[in-house]
Design a protein around this ligand. Sequence first.
Ligand code: FE2
Length: 238
Amino acid sequence: MAYAFCLDLSVQGHWPNLLKKPINLAAMLFFCNSTHNAYLTEDDSSLPRDIVERQQEKTFVGSVPYDRIGADTRLRSLYLWDPLKEFIRLVLGKTELHRFADPLGACSVNVFVDGGEHGWHFDESEFTVTLMLQAPEKGGAFEYVPLVRGAAEEKKIVQNVLNGDRTGVHDLPFAAGTLLIFGGQQTIHRVTRVSGTQPRLVPVLCYSEKPDMKNSESVRKLFWGRTGKASIASQALL
Ligand SMILES: [Fe+2]
């Protein structure tokens, strides 16, 4: 499977309308300002300090969770649009594909404000679908080293990447309107530090071969500050 597939969705300039008044959402965002290892697993203090699993990367990113994206919004309509799901299934060569059942992470919007960044990591899910909606003024590069997980020298490559080695590092240009299908479980990746007043906006659409898939509770706590088990009185925000 290709590790990335891009599709230009900027047809007739309709894509900017997927979000309305994104700046007004700032107060409703949950900001993750934390550290994590490249595998997004809990730190195990019983392990030696110098192994890659104990090295911490910094992440500062806001996210609008799925239960805060209004039922009548274009973004939710796009996520629930069966032809898009079918298109992604065909691109990935899967026999079946399902939307996530995660109340927070099924479809969310990553918001990188001034100082925002997402440290090197592998995703929990096999692949991730994102929509490049708005580029920041400066920074916010999507960098990746493909097909690292499972490689013979995986830990050595990860160590080198975390140490700043640029060998094999690619930079995917941010072209607003691009739908990206990305194999983030095998490909280590990051978003470099953003600066300026215009936030980097990237909706994340999650699908899985298996039905009823959810993010782990630790990932939900990391990115949205809660597990989503308790219902909240949400309103149409996007
Ligand atoms: Fe990721």
